[in-house]
Design a protein around this ligand. Structure first.
Ligand code: PLP
Length: 429
């Protein structure tokens, strides 16, 4: 595969005189300074991605909640908190991170199909803005916990609008048969149920139909389905204040052409206006589109194994980053750009770029045209979302370090893990 004409992540990611740079910082130099594998993020890229949503929403009552599961490193959360973002969380651990990063619980929405009672209490005590509830059972449990604490839980029901987001089956969440949300046909009954519980206060409605969505139509279909329900629920005497259209906007990994955040917001606002719902507060929960193209994973070439005929003739480029550092290729067969940090003259060969982990699914890119030598640094592009956040310690591999560049400054935002800390909590018999 030829390198793309424009790199995903441009203009922050650019090649200048052969050097791949993120916001002006040469990635090869950062790799020498901090070691590899190394995640590098641009703070400006994150802030600008967030501001695109904000600007498009100016003049409207709104809240953009960063879906922090995409990248929950504290400095990333701090960047968004300082820019005025709310947060979409899916666990008590994520709530603790928001608070540790200086975020405000009153701007947090709590999503997730299986919240524990302890998580509910933690979120009630912190004073989250809203629970996005996914079942009638959860309504009952949350009601009990709120009454136990002498408070009322603000709730929105996550409705499954039964629309096809046209994305990978593992990241499609808005179809019948997904585990997520309350079936559209049961939603009015669920709202009546919620409104009758003394420990709950109905405040909104939400959906989230999938991830890496590259079209506007599924959003608008889902919003129509949501607004149909809002009208029915309010006719049944239960007021609904906010409409939360979820996250899921796609990014460019290779040749995808997702709508810009501005286009998504404008289309949503137009639909709200056209249907007479323009007065409602509107929430978005973007994850990937705020951070995906703001980061790269830098790795070093450890071994080149040119293909032997009995190995199917494949050439393997073994690097020091693996599926434990970046799971997307192994999990979703995701294609992510791979670029040398310093361009080499000379002929390219076709390489499968793989990690050292003992699994055949441990690959980062297949069939890539690269001119590489042992010791070269490669950057896996578009790695800011669902990269570090999904990293594990499989094969007792310490997790990578993370760096954030911010104008002329370079911040180490996470130290490289040390193998001893990986088993520090374990006990011999
Ligand atoms: C994952 C998730 C998001 C964010 O999805 P992206 O594709 O990263 O934008 C938003 N809301 C909910 C409920 C989610 O589970």
């Amino acid at each position: 595969m030829k390198p793309a004409m424009t790199l995903p992540g441009a203009p922050y990611l650019a090649r200048q005189a052969g050097d791949l740079r993120l916001d002006g910082h040469a990635l090869a130099e950062l790799a020498s300074r901090f070691g590899t594998p190394l995640y590098v993020y641009s703070r400006a890229a994150m802030r600008d991605a967030f501001m695109a949503y904000e600007r498009a929403l100016a003049g409207r009552r709104h809240l953009v909640c960063y879906a922090m599961k995409a990248n929950s490193s504290l400095a990333v959360l701090q960047t968004f908190a300082q820019a005025g973002a709310g947060f979409d969380i899916v666990s008590g651990g994520e709530l603790a991170r928001v608070l540790a990063a200086g975020g405000d619980a009153s701007r947090v929405v709590f999503s997730g199909v299986g919240k524990t009672r302890a998580e509910m209490r933690q979120a009630l005590q912190a004073g989250v803005r809203c629970f996005n509830v996914e079942s009638e059972t959860e309504l009952d449990t949350l009601n009990e916990e709120a009454l136990g604490l002498g408070c009322r839980a603000p709730v929105s029901l996550r409705v499954n609008p039964d629309v096809d987001a046209g994305t990978h089956p593992y990241i499609s969440t808005g179809l019948k048969g997904n585990k997520f949300g309350i079936a559209h046909a049961h939603a009015v009954a669920a709202y009546r149920h919620a409104a009758a519980l003394p420990g709950l206060h109905v405040v909104g409605i939400d959906c989230h139909i999938g991830s890496q969505i590259t079209q506007l139509a599924p959003y608008l279909d889902a919003l129509d389905r949501l607004l149909d329900l809002v009208e029915q629920v309010e006719a049944a005497g239960v007021p609904i204040y906010h409409v939360d259209v979820g996250g899921g906007l796609g990014i460019t990994y290779t040749d995808e052409t997702p709508p810009a955040a501005t286009a998504l917001v404008q289309a949503v606002l137009r639909k709200l206006d056209a249907r007479g719902h323009g007065h409602r507060e509107v929430l978005f929960e973007p994850g990937r589109s705020l951070v995906g193209n703001a980061g790269v994973l830098v790795t070093e070439v450890l071994v080149l194994k040119p293909g032997a005929a009995d190995a199917g003739g494949k050439n393997f480029c073994v690097v020091d980053a693996a599926m434990n550092d970046l799971l997307r290729p192994a999990l979703y067969e995701a294609w992510m750009g791979i670029e040398p940090c310093v361009q080499r003259e000379g002929p390219c060969s076709t390489w499968d770029v793989v990690g050292p982990v003992c699994e055949s699914s441990d690959w980062l890119g297949r069939g890539r045209e690269l001119a590489v030598e042992r010791g070269d640094k490669l950057a896996v592009l578009s790695a800011g979302a669902y990269g570090m956040a999904m990293a594990s310690n499989y094969n007792t591999r310490p997790r990578a370090a993370e760096v954030m560049v911010d104008g002329p400054r370079v911040h180490l935002i996470r130290e490289r893990e040390d193998a001893r800390t990986l088993f520090a909590g374990e006990r011999l018999l």
